[in-house]
Design a protein around this ligand. Structure first.
Ligand code: ADP
Length: 299
């Protein structure tokens, strides 16, 4: 397996930054690692890349134990950390040469990588003269220079403008074709645009690990409904096929049904039977965004 985490916990003082998480990823998969700020994404990635050690659990990359054999495992990993720490005073080529030296690889591969990430026109410049999008390309170039099998990208598109976003996403998709990519983000659309699978982490725990195709096939239906009158949650439990009830605000509710049948007419009947008037009714697509809010909301 390219990536394997088993029962990993990382504790800071009495806080569990990640709490007993396990997942794996295989070659060819682009996995979106989603979660709100502070959920534990960076911590997990730092553990995977051997930058910090877990308090408990085991981690391997490309079947090499990251904890006992950290240097060896890093040969299989390309890592783009959050905020892309570059040496801004260096020229692009100089910076990549520096990385090539660290990895003891042939300098010839640099021009190939520069071409691959679309840096040809900017390669003669100093890094501090580049736009944020091109700096990300430099970070990605450094990450793939030694042709690693696994790419760990920590929020690689944060701070990019809409054009740069599209370009970097398609570059990641292209680079990920023959690799395993774990990409953290808090942008749901990003996962929908480039990933095959999504793992959502919240408060240090994995709350979902699914293929995107499975999510799309889901026969769950989410309806936002507002009544003219305050009712108790238990009352809504009487609705057929109901699987989750959440108060939106005041008399407005977010209801999840486990059925393919359109539940809106049933809700009208239900309201009428009980002398309620419906003031608001919206059927929401059960997309990643609703799922994310449901699973990570603190309300
Ligand atoms: P994310 O990347 O999802 O935003 P992090 O992995 O950075 O989340 O952080 C998870 C939790 O662990 C947060 O509550 C954060 O404050 C805490 N944390 C991360 N690094 C440290 C550290 N070095 N010392 C203490 N707490 C930390």
């Amino acid at each position: 397996m390219s990536i394997q985490l088993t029962s990993v916990t990382k504790t800071y003082g009495n806080q569990k930054a990640v709490n007993n998480i396990s997942f794996s990823a295989k070659k060819g998969e682009i996995v979106g690692f989603l979660g709100p700020n502070g959920a534990g994404k960076s911590t997990t990635m730092k553990i995977l890349t051997g930058y910090i050690q877990p308090t408990e659990g085991s981690v391997s990359v490309n079947d090499i134990d990251v904890i006992s054999n950290s240097i060896e495992s890093r040969k299989s990993i390309g890592y783009l950390p959050e905020h892309n720490p570059l040496y801004l005073e260096m020229y692009v080529k100089e910076y990549l040469l520096f990385h090539a030296d660290i990895h003891k690889i042939q300098k010839e591969s640099i021009s190939e990588v520069i071409n691959k990430v679309g840096l040809d026109k900017e390669a003669h410049k100093k890094i501090n003269q580049l736009s944020k999008g091109y700096r990300q390309r430099v970070g990605l170039a450094a990450a793939i220079l030694h042709n690693p099998e696994v790419l760990i990208l920590d929020e690689p598109t944060t701070g990019l403008d809409p054009n740069q976003l599209v370009e970097i996403r398609s570059l990641i998709k292209e680079l990920g074709k023959n690799k395993t990519v774990l990409l953290s983000t808090h942008i749901m659309q990003e996962v929908e645009a480039i990933c095959d699978r999504v793992i959502i982490i919240n408060n240090g725990e994995i709350v979902i690990d699914k293929k995107l195709s499975e999510l799309k096939d889901s026969n769950q239906q989410v309806i936002k409904v507002g009544f003219d009158y305050k009712i108790e949650e238990q009352f809504l439990q009487r609705l057929a096929n109901i699987s989750a009830i959440k108060n939106n605000y005041d008399n407005s509710w977010i209801l999840t049904f486990e059925t393919e049948e359109d539940m809106r007419p049933k809700l009208f009947d239900f309201a009428q039977e009980h002398g309620l008037k419906i003031l608001e009714l919206n059927s929401e697509n059960k997309n990643l965004e609703t799922l994310f809010r449901e699973l990570t909301s603190t309300k």
